[in-house]
Design a protein around this ligand. Structure first.
Ligand code: PLP
Length: 412
């Protein structure tokens, strides 16, 4: 896996120039894109890989014996191999899917639904995204299992004492974000999975917000399932991965049925394909995965450790500047934090702030960030969220702060 390299000599201005959209103007102002936690921007090489696939290699995978079919299959399976190396896992344990939402639903319906029963408990945390809450609610309704929630400490870190206390014998499954999409909190996933494994609890890690910001070595985490989304790591939308231990994949029934996921179909019974293909019914997003393969090549060439260090530098700058704005509160100050900053300003609504910031060219997200239970506990209806990526720069942070002071003045 990449990510251990640490090269301080990276020319970040050149890296930034790889992202054509960042040259845009919005409302007559230079775009300052601070919404990468929502979706990441795409470098030229990803756009070119998708373009080249459709221009030169487009065909369906695994079905055609002709040259284009072989090329498309090789490109798609090649992307699986790249993703496996990126996450340090075996390619045959990596299911390619449309994103984290699909991945967690797959685990919910294929692993949990046949196994859970009344008396069982699903453990979740207050900081989960709806994608790691709602599927479990649906499964709890169907199986009679109950959901228990681990609360947070005031700085937005997980209350680990409470978590370990709540890991009682009825708990069958723990759903946990690697990084919070609202608070930026980085959870100590390896330590938590170790405790869960001792108690026979199956762990489902939502890696959507970790994969863009840091090296992710799934093998080192000791989890059972790990989900990540391609569009947040510079890849196309509609791409993502689910990693699962081989024994889980072998034991799980298919989630969706159709072409690609079978070896033989007869009216008196169907023989399913081996994993991971057993979970990839229908024509996949082939061009999307070709693009995602190019994206992880690109990120690996920069080095995920370098990306993490760069983003920490930008995060420190932005946090320092925001601390000087009167009435502004940042939610999420855990010591281990990714470059995601949720904030509110007393007496202003986050939608008003975000709308006025947009007129200044600054794109931030406003709302509940698909995390209603977390927002309910923060005591604010909504927040603004500025999320940074390695392609942002210090000048953009200055521009953001100037714009924020201006709109704050207008609203104040
Ligand atoms: N989990 C977290 C923590 C997220 O931030 C997101 C996306 O915002 C998701 C899950 C859902 O990802 P997707 O919509 O790509 O399935």
């Amino acid at each position: 896996m990449d990510g251990t390299r640490s090269d301080t000599a990276i020319d970040w201005a050149r890296v930034r120039a790889d992202f054509p959209i960042l040259d845009r103007q919005v409302h007559g102002k230079p775009l300052v894109y601070l919404d990468s936690a929502n979706t990441g921007q795409k470098p030229d090489c990803v756009i070119a890989a998708v373009d080249d696939f459709y221009r030169r290699h487009n065909a369906n995978v695994s079905r055609a014996v002709h040259a284009l079919g072989s090329e498309a299959t090789a490109a798609y399976e090649g992307a699986r191999g790249k993703l496996a190396r990126f996450f340090n896992v075996a390619a045959d344990e990596l299911v390619l899917c449309s994103g984290t939402t699909f991945a967690i639903n797959l685990v919910a319906y294929s692993w949990a639904l046949p196994r859970l029963q009344p008396g069982d408990t699903i453990l979740l945390t207050r900081m989960e995204h709806h994608a790691n809450i709602v599927p479990w609610q649906l499964i709890a309704q169907r199986t009679g299992a109950t959901i228990r929630v681990v609360e947070l400490l005031p700085d937005g870190s997980l209350d680990l004492d409470a978590l370990f206390t709540l890991m009682t014998p009825e708990v069958r499954l723990l759903g946990l974000a690697h990084v919070s999409n609202v608070l930026g909190t980085v959870n100590p996933v390896a330590a938590i999975c170790k405790e869960a494994a001792k108690r026979g609890i199956t762990t489902v890690i939502d890696g959507s917000q970790a994969a863009p910001h840091m090296p992710v070595d799934i093998a080192a985490l000791g989890c059972d399932f790990y989900a990540a989304t391609g569009h947040k790591i510079s890849g196309p939308t509609g791409t993502g991965v689910l990693w699962a231990r081989r024994e889980h994949l072998a034991a799980m029934p298919p989630f969706l049925g159709g072409g690609e996921m079978i070896k033989e179909v007869r009216f008196d019974g169907t023989v399913f394909n081996d994993a991971p293909h057993k979970f990839e019914a229908g024509t996949p997003n082939i061009a999307g995965f070709v693009g995602l393969g190019a994206a992880v090549d690109y990120l690996s060439a920069i080095g995920m450790a370098n990306i993490a260090a760069r983003e920490q530098d930008l995060l420190a700058h932005a946090t320092e500047e925001l601390s000087n704005i009167d009435g502004l509160r940042v939610f999420g100050t855990a010591p281990d934090k990714a470059a995601v900053i949720s904030f509110a300003i007393d007496g202003t609504h986050s939608h008003d702030l975000a709308t006025l910031l947009d007129l200044e060219g600054v794109a931030v997200r406003s709302g509940q960030h698909c995390a209603h239970p977390l927002l309910q506990s923060l005591g604010v209806g909504t927040t603004c969220r500025a999320s940074l990526a390695f392609y942002n720069n210090h000048a953009e942070i200055e521009a953001f702060i100037v714009a924020l002071r201006k709109v704050h003045g207008l609203l104040g």
